[in-house]
Design a protein around this ligand. Structure first.
Ligand SMILES: [Zn+2]
Length: 111
């Protein structure tokens, strides 16, 4: 038996100064800041860092985090994109579902 799940697909992805903007197949447009994207990086390394409860761990400085930028976006199969960062980090593969769930764009107010 086939299980159908609703899959949102980007029709266009644009980089801008502080983040990326995604135009979705259902007409929705979302914007995601570089900072949030990096905080939510789904790669094993970032997950391990986020889940590390060692109080002595060294956190990146605010400056470092503020200056992180996406420098390249590559499609991965039909379900995700890979983001390459200006610090060389590129193991994060962001499924469309995750990007859609990170949507922080408020719904259009009624006119
Ligand atoms: Zn990562």
């Amino acid at each position: 038996m086939m299980v159908h799940t609703m899959v949102y697909k980007p029709t266009q992805i644009k980089r801008f100064l502080n983040g990326i903007a995604i135009q979705w197949s259902d007409g929705h447009r979302s914007e995601h800041s570089h900072k949030l994207l990096r905080q939510k990086c789904p790669c094993a390394r970032c997950k391990a860092v986020r889940e590390d409860e060692n109080p002595l761990r060294v956190l990146p400085s605010e400056d470092f985090v503020e200056n992180l930028k996406v420098v390249n976006i590559q499609p991965v199969g039909r379900y995700a994109i890979r983001l390459t960062w200006n610090d060389g980090h590129k193991t994060g593969i962001y499924p469309f579902e995750l990007l859609r769930s990170l949507n922080t764009t408020p719904a259009n107010p009624p006119s």
